[in-house]
Design a protein around this ligand. Structure first.
Ligand code: GCV
Length: 616
């Protein structure tokens, strides 16, 4: 059983916990939050409900307090925004505030057996033993946490739908409805990942989307589901990807598959979120013509404009799969007539397993700046939550969830401002200097991780089984389409017009930037180019020297982070968890440094110009 303190994310404050009894509406939740916060403080607040405002709100300071005007969920977001600003000492949001995206979704890869695919914070918060199994108080606290940062949709089951999760929209509907009811007062709606082949499981001889019996089956099923949960946000689908069933089995396009499902949801106001994470996961490594990053654009670009109006195509930020650094997916730039959702990953699958520190806001800033906020209509992130007492394993991983909410509401958000606000809310005892130390550390944490793992756009050097720790050739002879093709002369893949042609998928400005190694940003150099070890970088160093230097520097910076953290007065359990995980991170960084340096030294035979130890 969790203690009361465990039920709350640190940014909401330990002393401020008015949620042991679930509220009945967002309005009531807002009243309670404000009541609890202002109890014993000067000033009063009034809520003015204007249903037409929906999720929007405005905070009006008055002589003796504040008036929050907003729609049914807007008043709740306004209440949290006011409390946050007052607690963090941040400026109050001025004027009408409305979220940039109507759908701000957390995707949970929870399996009904209680495991979480790529989960690093313990078991599922709501599934165990192939059934629903949860502490209602914790789910209530989850709703509060999500609402406090404006996340409004939770997709509760893994996109890899495994038995018996199909029954979430079948026999388990009553339990699903009970779960939805717990989150409703927090303005969080459910979404369900579905199995495209479900009609076959139910006795039909096909799941062909153009077969009228299949379409009728889904229409009937959608009606049943919406009868139980009228405000369900919709269905999420992973189709024809990593062995999942999909329309290709029947020779149909993804637009045909998605539209059939969207038709079934439309009368109920549901959205059909269709993932664009589709590639050949049975590639022969000898095949150098097939280039995995090309796959999604090749498949979907010709379908632009063919999707029904309530289909949202959900695209991972890069063309591979949540690597430490990838160029922005060209699909995000190349589907002007399709509603797009940007998929981020809070779960640190390739980014340190919530052991190594990896604050994501700077990365998201780059992605959103490249894509431009007007191109996307929704935003989703793979969850980093689990049953661990602090929700995310590493306390700093809470920042990524908090920041996701901020960026989903306002895609222009400034990473450092968000990070500093989170620090002030989470560690209110810190002095200004301590806040500076932690803010700087977090803001550079991605670059540090990148340097000791896979700098210069080199991806996939992780251990294939776990995606943690180094294995530079681990993916090299596998079927996943993930190669660095290092040999004794060169490393990287030529993705220019003379190579796989991937670069041609970009609009002209980016294409010409990436096309030449002389102009390609260093951090993506080996993503786009195959270069000899003696290649002269812009700063005069050779490529091999830069690889060595980055690994030495990254590791040294991880060690420096460890020393800096020692100077900070983390409260309670955080102190121990942070220290323990930092020690593991330093070990990991040393391992990465030595394995990768040795790997390239053995190929290139080039000594380190600075004479540091590289194991032969
Ligand atoms: C849910 C990667 C992960 C898989 C994940 C998949 C996806 O391949 O390793 O665990 O499956 O992405 O996003 O569907």
């Amino acid at each position: 059983m969790q203690t009361a303190v465990d039920l709350h994310p640190a940014w909401l404050g330990e002393a401020h916990m008015p949620v042991m009894l679930p509220p009945s509406t967002p309005y009531e939740a807002a009243q309670r939050e404000l009541g609890a916060f202002f109890a014993g403080r000067a000033g009063r607040t009034a809520l003015r409900l204007e249903p037409g405002m929906g999720e929007a709100y405005a905070i009006q300071p008055e002589a003796d307090g504040y008036v929050i005007t907003g729609g049914e969920s807007g008043v709740l977001y306004g209440a949290f925004a006011l409390i946050r600003a007052l607690r963090a000492g941040s400026p109050l949001p001025e004027g009408r505030q409305a979220p940039a995206y109507a759908l701000r979704m957390l995707n949970c890869w929870d399996n009904m057996n209680g495991t979480v695919e790529r989960g690093y914070a313990g078991r599922s918060l709501w599934f165990e033993d192939n059934a629903f199994c949860y502490d209602p108080a914790r789910i209530n606290a989850l709703g509060r946490m999500l609402a406090s940062v404006g996340v409004n949709v939770l997709c509760l089951n893994n996109v890899n739908v495994a038995e018996p999760a199909q029954e979430l929209i079948g026999d388990l509907l009553p339990q699903l409805a009970d779960f939805a009811a717990l989150l409703r007062p927090w303005a969080v709606r459910l979404m369900v990942s579905i199995d495209f082949s479900m009609p076959v499981r139910d006795g039909l001889d096909t799941a062909d989307p153009l077969d009228p019996r299949v379409a009728a089956w889904w229409r009937e099923r959608a009606s049943r589901v919406y009868e139980a949960i009228p405000d369900l946000a919709g269905f999420l689908v992973k189709a024809d990807s990593e062995h999942r069933p999909g329309p290709h089995t029947y020779g149909r396009t993804h637009a045909e598959g998605a539209n059939m499902l969207a038709d079934a949801l439309r009368p109920h106001g549901g959205a059909l979120v269709w993932r664009a994470f589709v590639y050949n996961c049975k590639q022969d490594w000898r095949d150098t013509a097939t280039d995995r990053p090309c796959a999604a654009y090749d498949l979907y670009r010709p379908l632009d404009g063919a999707f029904a109006e309530n289909v949202i195509l959900q695209v991972k930020y890069g063309p591979y799969d949540f690597q430490v650094r990838e160029p922005v997916s060209p699909l995000l730039l190349g589907m002007p007539r399709t509603a797009l959702s940007l998929e981020l990953q809070l779960a640190q699958e390739y980014t340190g397993h919530q052991i190594d520190i990896f604050a994501m806001p700077p990365m998201w800033r780059e992605v959103l700046d490249t894509v431009g906020p007007q191109r996307i209509r929704a935003i989703a992130a793979v969850s980093n939550l689990g049953r661990d007492a602090n929700w995310t394993g590493h306390p700093f991983a809470q920042l990524n969830l908090y920041a996701f909410g901020c960026f989903a509401w306002d895609p222009q958000a400034d990473p450092e401002t968000v990070t500093r606000a989170w620090i002030r809310l989470t560690y209110p005892v810190f002095s200004a200097a301590q806040e500076d130390t932690l803010a700087r550390l977090l803001m550079r944490s991605r670059e540090v991780y990148e340097r000791y793992t896979a700098p210069l756009g080199l991806c996939w050097m992780v251990r294939p089984e776990t995606h943690y720790g180094p294995s530079p050739y681990g993916y090299e002879f596998q079927a996943w389409g993930t190669y660095n093709r290092a040999d004794r002369n060169a490393v990287g893949i030529d993705r220019t017009a003379n190579g796989t042609g991937y670069v041609l998928q970009y609009p002209e400005a980016l294409r010409s930037l990436y096309e030449q190694p002389e102009t390609c940003p260093d951090e993506l150099l080996l993503f786009f180019h195959r270069l000899p070890y003696g290649w002269r970088m812009r700063d005069g160093r050779t490529l091999i020297q830069r690889i060595y230097d980055d690994h030495f520097d990254g590791c040294a910076q991880a060690e420096a982070m460890q020393a800096e953290l020692e100077t900070l007065p983390f409260p309670g359990r955080d102190s121990q968890v942070i220290r323990e995980r930092m020690a593991l991170q330093v070990m990991n960084a040393r391992e990465w440094r030595d394995v990768v340096n040795t790997f390239f030294f053995r190929f290139s035979g080039a000594p380190d110009a600075n004479g540091r130890v590289i194991y032969p």
